[in-house]
Design a protein around this ligand. Structure first.
Ligand SMILES: [Zn+2]
Length: 84
């Protein structure tokens, strides 16, 4: 994922669970080594089935051809958990 301001690749800082929100369950922070921008990405709460559909959609090359980050996201998911 690239910096909104300068276009450089953002550096992943970490993921944190959110427990006091009804809308989001995780926040990821990233920063830009080039211009110093700081980015927080809040993940909307979805069912596991819906989350799987989101990832399936994201795999479509026509939607996001440069989504190299997508493979990283899949690696963090336990496939067995998604099957149930
Ligand atoms: Zn930047």
């Amino acid at each position: 994922m690239n910096c909104w301001h300068c276009g450089s690749e953002l550096i992943w800082g970490g993921d944190h669970d959110i427990e006091d929100s009804e809308d989001y369950d995780m926040v990821t922070n990233l920063s830009c080594h080039n211009c110093g921008a700081y980015v927080e990405v809040y993940r909307a709460i979805t069912s596991e089935k819906k989350q799987k559909e989101i990832w399936e959609d994201a795999k479509e090359p026509s939607i996001s051809p440069d989504a190299s980050w997508h493979d990283d996201a899949l690696d963090r998911v336990d496939p067995k958990k998604l099957e149930s």
